[in-house]
Every structure is written in structure tokens, then in C-alpha cells.
Design a protein around this ligand. Structure first.
Ligand code: PBG
Length: 327
């Protein structure tokens, strides 16, 4: 009888041994909580397709931000849902618009104790739901959209955001935003670029979350699911344009992209575990088909292992609580 010489199982014998030899660890500091604030709400409103996630009021948003600080989260990413929309998304530029006000409120609540990030995109603000303005034939006009993003970025920096997240996938958006920020005295405001953002079916629940008006799809600006090499091109362009952090989105169906980007990026890499990824795990867990806590932890760990230095996840707060318990 011959026995194996090499026994990898030795390093798996006890929880302490596994803890010692773990290649990937998670900490609250690398988790970013995406949140929704809806104008005119007096009570937080549940998002049915994202059980446990709500559209916040000003009050509950401030509380969520304070909780994020106390748990040691890395950041919070703000999305605003305005009461009134129009063709050009005017509310996005209004200093009293829902998102800009929310940024100011959160900044007043947490100061510099949490990285306050905000979405630079028009889809929540337009009455047609596209991420930009439309030209006469109804297609999304890249260059005029980018001009609005630049103004939006300055408004958000002025409101108090530490880091801006352009998520619209317009060409040249990072350059335009960076230039406008620098010219406006906001050289220290950072940019987390949604560099490789794919047109995905898994954004479904987000559409409910932001009460999206979109008909059709975003395939003329977001990437095709089958394209891998193109992600590198998008990342390299964003780096050349001055991105401080690059992001891959969605996360779980794009782990190869994440690994590719992590291999070349000289800046931190983020991944966004999106609404549909959240919804799938919640739905399966609600049916008793998977162990909720174990599945959530494994899903985020996998995203970290693939190469994400930081993860945007709707479970950020809960995960941080578990990580604290484990210590
Ligand atoms: C666009 C935006 C989207 C998400 C974040 N920013 C939706 C889209 O591109 O259609 C999706 C996030 C999620 O699904 O959790 N501003």
C-alpha cells in the first residue's frame, strides 16, 4: 500500500489552522454600502425585490451612515431618487436636489470618518431613464452627457462627497470630471470609475430601487457580457484619464474580468455585487435552499479572492457585524 507524501489536509485540520493559513481575509474597512435616498419620503420604503434594503428618508440615511462608521465600514455610496424628473436630469445639478442634499447631510453626520461616495449618472434623474441626454434620434448623446456629468461632479464635490462614482459608461467621462473638479478647486476629490460595467440582467432589482423609467436597454453604452479584452481597454483608458480606483460591475458573473483587471491595475480595484446578485441569494435563502449567512460570506469572499480590494455590497453592514463577532 502506498501513502501520499503530500497531505494538504494537514492545514485544514482545525479552525485555528484554517484561520492561520487563510489566503483571503475580509475586513469591514474594504466594504462599501450602497444606499438609496428618496425625496419626499416620511418613512423608509422597502424595496420588494431586495428584501432588507430600503429607500431611505433623510433621517434613516443619517442613521445608516452613523452605523457604518461605528462598524468601521470603508465607505457609503449614495444614490438619489428625485420626485420630479425631466429630459436632461436637471435635479442632478440642483444643490438642493435629493442626492446633493443627501451628500451634505451624510457629511454633516459623519465628517471624514467614512468615505462618502456618490453616483455621477443621470438615469435616476431623467424621465426616460437613460444614463445620459438623448439626441434628436433618441440615442444617448455621449459628449453632451459628459458635459453634464462634469457639472454634476462639481455639485457633488461641493456638497461634500469625498469620492465620485461615474457609472454611466460614457467615453471620456473621467477626463471631463477630473478637469472640472480641478478647475473648481476640488483637486482632492477622488474618482472611483465604473470602468468595466456590463449591460446585465442582474440590475433588475435596482430598477425598482430607483423607480427607473427606462424602457429598452443600455447596450449602446454598457459592455457586452462576452467581452473580456475590452475590459482592459476600458480600464486603461480610465487610468489614463485619471481614475483613482477602477471598478468591475457586476461582480459574481465577472470574476475573470476582476482577476484580469487586478493583474494590471496600479490602483485599487473595486467590484460591485449588484442588486440581482443580492436578490438571488436572498430569494434562495428565504426558500431554505441555501444557508443565508454562509452563502453571503462565500459570495463576497470569492469576489475578494478574484482580485477586488474593496466590494460594494448591500450586505456591507450585516457582514461587518459578523466579522466583528468572529473576532
Ligand atoms: C446606473 C447604475 C445602475 C446600478 C448602479 N448604477 C443600473 C444600471 O446601470 O442599469 C446598478 C446597481 C445594482 O444593480 O445594484 N446609474
Amino acid at each position: 500500500m502506498s501513502f501520499p507524501e503530500h497531505r494538504p489536509r494537514r492545514l485544514r485540520t482545525t479552525p485555528a489552522m484554517r484561520r492561520l493559513t487563510a489566503e483571503t481575509r475580509m475586513a469591514p474597512a474594504e466594504l462599501i454600502l450602497p444606499v438609496f435616498i428618496r425625496e419626499g419620503l416620511t418613512q423608509p420604503r422597502p424595496i420588494l425585490s431586495m428584501p432588507g434594503v430600503v429607500q431611505h428618508t433623510t433621517e434613516t440615511l443619517r442613521r445608516a451612515a452613523a452605523e457604518a462608521v461605528s462598524l468601521g465600514l470603508g465607505g457609503i455610496m449614495l444614490f438619489g431618487i428625485p420626485e420630479v424628473r425631466d429630459a436632461v436630469g436637471s435635479a442632478a445639478l440642483d444643490p438642493n436636489g435629493v442626492l446633493n442634499k443627501a451628500i451634505a447631510d451624510v457629511r454633516a453626520e459623519v465628517g471624514d470618518d467614512l468615505v462618502i461616495m456618490s453616483d455621477v449618472c443621470l438615469d435616476e434623474f431623467t424621465d426616460h431613464g437613460h444614463c445620459g441626454v438623448l439626441d434628436s434620434d433618441g440615442s444617448v448623446d455621449n459628449d453632451s452627457t459628459v458635459e453634464i456629468y462634469a457639472q454634476m461632479a462639481v455639485a457633488q464635490a461641493e456638497a461634500g462627497a469625498h469620492m465620485l462614482g461615474p457609472s454611466g459608461m460614457m467615453d471620456g467621462q473621467i477626463t471631463a470630471i477630473r478637469k472640472a473638479l480641478d478647475a473648481g478647486g476640488h483637486a482632492e476629490t477622488a474618482v472611483i470609475a465604473y470602468s468595466a460595467k456590463y449591460a446585465s440582467a442582474f440590475y433588475g432589482p435596482f430598477r425598482e430601487a430607483v423607480d427607473s423609467q427606462l424602457k429598452g436597454d443600455r447596450r449602446t453604452y454598457q459592455m457586452d457580457a462576452g467581452n473580456r479584452r475590452e475590459a482592459i481597454r476600458e480600464v486603461e483608458l480610465d487610468l489614463a484619464e485619471g481614475a483613482d480606483i477602477v471598478m468591475v460591475k457586476p461582480a459574481m458573473s465577472y470574476l475573470d474580468i476582476l482577476a484580469d483587471v487586478a493583474a494590471i491595475a496600479p490602483v485599487p480595484v473595486a467590484a460591485y455585487q449588484i442588486s440581482g446578485e443580492y436578490a438571488m441569494i436572498e430569494a434562495a435563502a428565504a426558500n431554505g435552499w441555501i444557508d443565508r449567512r454562509a452563502a453571503i460570506s462565500e459570495s463576497v469572499l470569492g469576489i475578494r479572492r478574484a482580485g477586488a480590494d474593496m466590494v460594494l455590497t448591500y450586505w456591507a453592514t450585516e457582514l461587518a457585524t459578523w466579522l466583528k463577532e468572529a473576532r
